[in-house]
Write a protein of this length. Structure first.
Ligand code: ACO
Length: 324
């Protein structure tokens, strides 16, 4: 008998304001055509001035709890993956805990930039299989619009705001590849590549929150190679292969990266959940958003084998194989 961390519910929240590519044509030297062809992005959502990351996170959490059919009091732990917290501290996770009216358990943030949700899922899985938590609310929530340089056409067109969440629950299982729940995880980082993607400010350096800087081309090359490798490794750890995959639910950074990774995994695009056209890159929120939208669209069904993979600043990357 094995313990598996099974997804019981999923939900998301997108801020009301939709920003089409045309909005950027008036601000920087770019075109809708360039953005669509090079990235696949058509629009993204930006949070309202009075909307913070915790506001997005709470709404996604409420949607996931509703989908799971459980009250917030049924949760033992909350992990929020974010690089754009409301404050330096307290954590967004404890703010969510307070807003949900939870007075037991524990909550903390996890920062692995765009790989944050994959890292959070892997850590929630570890808490569950080691018996430290029975139910974990795992949230990815970001307001990247707050750290964009709206004069840098190479980055400002790429990102959006949003949040997604899943409820993971401990379940007894046979210990086979047919089990529902998380079957394997694979995490990596390589700090030598920090200059490729970073924010040029922080508490102990500039005392400001800074702006996002990226060498897009170099990140692109790392992404295609590392994402396919980590997905293969996680499938291998689970005793499965690309042929067993029902859905790749990738980090939504760029349609060309998503397509190239699927090609390397020999999985056809019909088996890839794509939301980048509507959301842009929402960093740690992109995978739970895609899981939630994929379920809403009727793509993801109970029993489906899913591979998620993501890469972001650090560089940090990884993947999770789970049966829905
Ligand atoms: N509009 C018009 N032209 C542009 C724009 C724009 N918005 N942005 C860049 N260009 C220009 C460049 O200036 C360059 O012009 P030049 O040849 O005259 O110098 C030209 O387009 C080509 O630039 P490249 O950077 O080589 O373009 P590329 O095809 O690589 O696309 C992009 C750029 C979309 C950023 C791509 O490299 C990419 O998606 N990279 C990966 C980003 C990513 O995946 N990040 C994930 C992690 S994010 C995180 O962790 C927070």
């Amino acid at each position: 008998m094995t313990i598996r961390a099974v997804v019981r519910g999923v939900g998301h929240y997108l801020p009301e304001r939709v920003v089409p590519n045309a909005w950027f044509e008036e601000r920087v030297d770019t075109t809708d055509e360039w953005i669509v062809t090079r990235t696949g992005i058509e629009r993204r959502h930006f949070a309202a001035e009075n909307e913070a990351t915790s506001d997005l996170a709470v709404k996604a959490a409420e949607a996931a709890l509703k989908d799971a059919g459980i009250g917030a009091e049924g949760v033992d732990a909350i992990i929020v993956a974010t690089s754009t917290p409301d404050f330096t501290f307290p954590s967004v996770a404890t703010m969510v805990q307070g807003r949900l009216g939870l007075t037991h358990g524990f909550a903390f943030d996890m920062q692995a930039v765009c790989a944050g949700f994959v890292y959070a899922l892997a850590n929630a899985n570890a808490l569950i299989v080691s018996g430290q938590a029975g139910r974990v609310l795992v949230i990815g929530a970001e307001t990247f619009s707050r750290i964009l340089d709206f004069e840098d056409r190479g980055t400002c067109v790429l990102f959006g705001d949003g949040a997604g969440a899943v409820v993971l629950e401990a379940d007894k299982a046979a210990g086979t590849t047919s089990d529902r729940g998380i079957l394997a995880t694979d995490l990596h980082s390589d700090g030598r590549h920090r200059e490729l993607l970073y924010v040029d400010g922080g508490v102990s350096t500039t005392g400001t929150s800074g702006r996002l800087r990226m060498q897009g081309n170099a990140v692109f090359r790392h992404a295609v190679e590392k994402l396919a490798n980590t997905a293969h490794t996680a499938l291998d750890k689970a005793g499965l292969s690309g042929a067993d995959v029902d859905w790749i639910v990738p980090h939504q950074a760029n349609l060309r990266i998503i397509t190239a990774t699927a090609q390397r995994m020999q999985v056809p695009m019909e088996k890839v959940v794509v939301t980048v056209q509507d959301h842009g890159n929402t960093s740690a929120a992109s995978i739970p958003l895609a899981l939630s939208v994929g379920k809403e669209r009727g793509q993801i069904k109970t029993g489906d084998l899913i591979v998620t993979e993501a890469i972001g600043g650090g560089l940090a990357w990884g993947s999770v194989v789970l049966r829905w």
